[in-house]
Unconditional design. Structure first.
Length: 88
């Protein structure tokens, strides 16, 4: 099942070329990934493959994704001055 953020990273073997070693571990959106073997590959027996991921992101990015509250409590008024509108 493809998603908008489906990603791939290059999984290398021990004899991987220098051109692909600099890309190892990086995630790329699958629609933007380089074709294998990469253009500068100097290994005639290249065995690099793609590892697939549902998302390009690695791990949680928001507090709510790790069980922490997100933002100030809704009942707390944080504004001190009146607003910019004449009706405020």
């Amino acid at each position: 099942m493809a998603t908008d953020f489906h990603a791939v990273s290059i999984r290398t073997k021990s004899d991987a070329c220098a051109a692909v070693k600099v890309l190892e571990g990086q995630r790329f959106l699958s629609r933007e990934a380089l074709m294998l073997p990469v253009p500068d590959c100097d290994n005639p027996n290249c065995q690099c493959i793609y590892e697939h991921f549902d998302d390009r992101r690695v791990g949680p990015r928001r507090d709510s994704e790790v069980g922490l509250p997100s933002g100030p409590p809704a009942d707390e008024e944080r504004r001190i001055d009146r607003g910019r509108r004449a009706t405020d």
